[in-house]
Design a protein around this ligand. Structure first.
Ligand code: ATP
Ligand code: ZN
Length: 291
């Protein structure tokens, strides 16, 4: 394969991970022009391009050296990834779990209840590994999609599928009973990482990803208060942040307080902080951080 100067990242073309992936890359300051056929995105500025593909293909594309990095669910990495890949960062979106579910009326007291059953899944490797670790012998029925209807069709007795809210299971009269794997989107790379100029682009990307994920959802709270009220105000702040307290010029006894809060600050929380003695409260979104 031709040596490449530019970093190439595989991302899901259209699906649950696409929008959050583009949002993350945008927050990392990467801008792209999309090719006519919609397969490539060419980076403007940084030497980073994207290849837009089906998520199942991402581990293989990295394994073959077609792409250097990829963003994919841990479930796909664990099912399709070989040994030559490593996960660099958990990205905090695409959260779901690969779960065992059984028809509402079927008794379940633990993995042993699955012995001898037919379990439908799109993740046969992960399911077989889990059954083995549980010491349970069951038949794994591999389906490409629509796993949740297999019990009603009579082609399986239970399923092993991705679940987020559980609404799909309920709609299909299934009940979640066990968890095979907790998953979220991860940034994966070939192992070892490329040793040439692409390495610098990877390090730049990792620093920026960290700068974005560290403060995702955080808010900067600014307020004024009498110094006597600071303890009560700090006690009312969510997530126990360590605030900065600044003396206000020409107003002894008055301070300005700033705190990075890990969660959104809702009206009720703000009102509680106000009751603790705060005035002039401002809540600011935090976009990125650099230590
Ligand atoms: P593709 O056409 O790229 O193969 P897909 O249908 O396999 O798409 P999506 O349904 O878009 O994939 O899911 C992509 C990833 O999103 C999953 O592999 C998983 O990591 C994550 N995910 C989060 N919540 C769910 C959910 N409720 N159901 C399925 N996947 C979920
Ligand atoms: Zn897929």
């Amino acid at each position: 394969m031709m040596p490449r100067e530019r970093l190439r990242i595989a991302v899901q073309k259209s699906g649950r991970l696409s929008d959050p992936c583009f949002d993350l890359l945008d927050r990392c300051g990467l801008r792209f022009r999309r090719s006519r056929d919609g397969l490539f995105c060419f980076g403007d500025g940084e030497p980073v391009d994207l290849l837009l593909v089906r998520d199942d293909d991402i581990p293989g594309l990295i394994g073959q050296g077609v792409c250097d990095l990829g963003i994919v669910g841990r479930n796909v990495l664990a099912e399709f990834g070989g040994g030559a890949l490593r996960s660099l960062r958990d990205l905090g979106f695409g959260c779901c779990r690969l779960a065992i579910a059984v028809p509402q009326e079927r008794a379940y007291t633990g993995p042993a209840s699955l012995a001898g059953l037919r379990i439908a899944t799109s993740y046969p490797n992960l399911l077989k590994g889990w059954l083995e670790r549980q010491g349970v012998a069951a038949e794994v029925v591999t389906l490409a999609g629509s796993v949740e209807i297999a019990p009603r069709l009579g082609t399986a007795d239970a399923i092993c599928d991705l679940v987020q809210s559980g609404a799909t299971l309920i709609a299909n009269q299934l009940r979640e009973v066990d968890c095979v794997l907790g998953s979220e989107a991860v940034l994966v790379a070939a192992d070892p990482l490329p040793a040439d100029g692409r390495r610098d682009a990877i390090e730049l990307l990792l620093r920026r990803v960290d700068g974005v994920t560290r403060v995702r959802g955080s808010r900067l709270l600014l307020l004024q208060a009498a110094r006597d009220c600071v303890d009560a105000i700090v006690a009312a702040l969510p997530g126990a942040p360590r605030p900065t307290v600044l003396q206000m010029d020409g107003e002894p006894g008055q301070v300005m307080l700033q705190a990075l809060c890990p969660d959104e600050l809702g009206w009720r929380q703000l009102e509680a902080i106000q009751r603790a003695g705060a005035r002039e409260l401002f809540v600011l979104p935090v976009e990125r951080a650099l230590a």
